[in-house]
Structure formats: C-alpha cells, structure tokens
Design a protein around this ligand. Sequence first.
Ligand code: UGA
Length: 441
Amino acid sequence: MSSYRIAVVGAGYVGLVSACGFAELGHEVVCVEKDEDKLAMLKEGVSPIYEPGLEELLKEKLACGSLRFTHDLGESAAWAQVIFICVGTPPREDGSADLSQVEEVARRIAGVIDEYKLIVEKSTVPVKTAQWIKRTIELYGGKGKSYDVASNPEFLREGNALNDFFNPDRIVIGVESDRAEKILRDIYAKIDAPILVTDINTAEIIKHASNSFLAMKISFINMVADLCEAVGADVKRVAKGMGLDRRIGEAFLGAGIGYGGSCFPKDLKAFIKIAEEHHVDFSLLKEVQKINELRIERFLKKIKDVMWVLKDKEIAIWGLSFKPDTDDIREAPSLRLIPLLLSEGVSLRLYDPKAINNFKRVFPETDRVRYFTDPYSAVEGAHALVILTEWEEFKRADLARVKELLLTPLIFDGRNIFEPEEVQKFGLEYYPVGRGRSCVE
Ligand code: UGA
C-alpha cells in the first residue's frame, strides 16, 4: 500500500476525525488549525470535541509521530501530496453556504504548488464548488501547475464518527483524472467499502441529497406520528412495519421533536438555495424544514395541555445535546424549547452527560436555570421530567426512583425511549410522541 503525505485543513469534526483516521490508515498527516486555543489543546493530545474514542486515537497518533498539528497552512500545503479541505461552510443570512474559508484555503494552496498535488474538498459544499476552487487556484498563481481537484464527501455522524470513518457504507470519489482516482483509492485501500467514482458535480450533489433525504424521512415520520396521536395508533410500530420493506428501511424513521445538529438544518438550506440558483424549485424540502420547525411548538402544547398552568412550575430536562454521544448543542431542540418554557414562567433543572459546559455558555446558571451533575438530582422536586436526547443512561434510568423524586409523576418524552406500559407500571403518566391516545389519557 502506498503511504501519502496528507494535509488536512481545519480541525473541526470532519477534519479532526479524518486526520486521525488517515494517520491510522498508515499515512503521514499534518492537520492545520488557525484557532490558537484549539491548536494548543490538540498539540497536547486533548480533543476540543467529545467524540467516543477520538481522544485516545489522537494521543496515540501524536505519540507515534504520524500526526502533527500546526497553524501554518502554507508550509503544510507545500509539504503535502494530498490536501483535504475540511474548513467550515456555515450558512449565510439567505441560507446559502458561506464559502469564504474554502476560497481562502484555495488561494493559499495556489501559491505553493510546485510538483503535482491533489486538492480534495471534504467539507460539505454546494455543487460546483470544486469548479470555483479550480478557478481560484488558476487566478492566484496555479496556472500551468500540475494539480487536480477532487470531491470526497464525508458521511460521518457525530457520536459515531470514528466507526463511520473506518466502516462507511460507501466511499464517494468525484474526480476528473485517473491519477486523482488512483490516489484516493490508495488512501482508502485498507477500508472495506464500496467505492463509487463519479464526476465532481455528481459527488457534491450526493452529499447534499443524502442529508436532505434523511431529513425528509424524519419529517415524514413526524407527520405520521401526529396522525398516530390523533387516531390512537403507535408510530414506532408503523415505522417498524414500513421499515421491513427493504425499499424503505427502518433507519431515520425515529419520530420525536425533530432533527438538529450542525448538518441537516444547514445542508437543507444550502441545497434549497443552490437548486433555486439553478431555477429548480425544491419546495418539497421547504416543507421538510417547516415540519421540523413546528415540532417544538407542538411538544410545548402537549406539555401545556397536560400541566395546565406552567407559571412557577419546576421542570427537569434530561438531554441538552442535539443527539446522544456528543457534547454538540448546535441547533439542538433544547435551545428552542428552553426559552419557550422560561417565557411561560417555568424554572428549569437541567442535566446532560456531556453538554452542560457548552450549554452554560448560552444559558448561564441563574435561580431559574439550574444545572445538576446527575439525572436524579435534576428530577428531585420537579413537576415533570422532559426528555430531549436519547442518551443510553436515560434508557436505563431507575423509574421507581424517578417516580419517588418527582413532585407530580409526569414524563414528556421527545425521543420515545421507553415503552409506555413499562413506564405506567411505576405510576408515572407518560407522554411520548405519536404512540397512541392510550398514553395521553
Ligand atoms: C448527519 C448525517 O447522518 C451524516 O451522514 C453526515 O455525514 C453528517 O450529518 C454531516 O453532514 O456531517 P449528524 O448530524 O451527526 O450526521 O447526526 P444524525 O445522526 O444524522 O442525526 C441528525 C439529527 O436527526 C439529530 O438531531 C437526530 O436526533 C435526528 N434524528 C435522527 C431523528 O430525529 N430521528 C431519526 O430517526 C434519526
């Protein structure tokens, strides 16, 4: 197997996981990060994000010398044979992706190309970005130099990122030359997964279309959940029944309070926008967004319907991160529900296994927003428990203890983590999402 000198630009989720992953696959890796605080942590082997197994791998690769960190993009790009662009592409006001960081990296690379280099975009970008990278390189000194641009979208999920990196469902490679294809195939040679080789525009669309489709599945099942609630059916069983059809599949048919995170909301916006720019009306995805936005209000209405007056009540919340196994709170449902509860006059008792520090930066501790270091203290004396993230720890909760600690025995479950009959056995009133009228009587 050939080993390559790889520069990964940007130590965010995708960049850091890929950098550690490439080092583990036997390549020599430098990871470029411009945030000095983050860089200092990384050099010490401390991961700025919580991701199962990541810090251990980071420490191991630093120690054996196959991975290093620097702020020096020019030196790294000059040294590397392959450069992966993994910088952020946040949404702009109008929903389109802000590609200024990608452009900046392309400009800097343009100036250091001497012998052949492969420049690969791994950040999630709108279709045609590679063409712009190429044009930027040409404009800023790369004209006549030997290089290729390629697209190699990343499909990792937060909380499961390393596993997704080493065991992906597929590797997508968008290339314009056999040389670029060969290098990318070599880089991933140790990974046992189907490789799909396409042109670059197609690879870019695969990424946006995949995330949009998954978000669409979630909004679809959430509407089915509403119907289930109205007629007394069980959305979990509906999802099971649908999912057994191999053309549909059970994954991402988990009803609840909707999707969040740094990817789906942003990628949907960007996909709708890029379609619009090419005169394609993707209003289907606008509906997907609308359904997702309304989940929070619907959930709040359910709480109010059951609790009547919310003013001066205490509510415990389990789960602040947008999903389990991560400390990431970007676009988390908790960020939207909590201000609504506060404006109703509720006092909150918050617990999350990993995300409390991040959350405190947005909602500092006050007498109405209190944080607890274990789930049971959060529940003590509360009028209700609200579950917003399906952490394993919550699934295994001692419900008898929860019943004893709650002032009034109400559980609102935005993630459907329990079976209604199980919870009701403990004398708790249980309000999941889309699981029949029997549960809300
Ligand atoms: C998502 C994709 O799953 C990855 O393939 C992709 O690489 C990544 O975005 C990205 O573009 O970087 P991620 O945002 O980490 O990954 O999280 P997911 O596991 O996809 O969950 C997204 C949201 O959907 C979460 O809020 C989750 O709670 C919600 N969800 C997921 C549901 O509400 N129901 C489900 O059945 C599944």
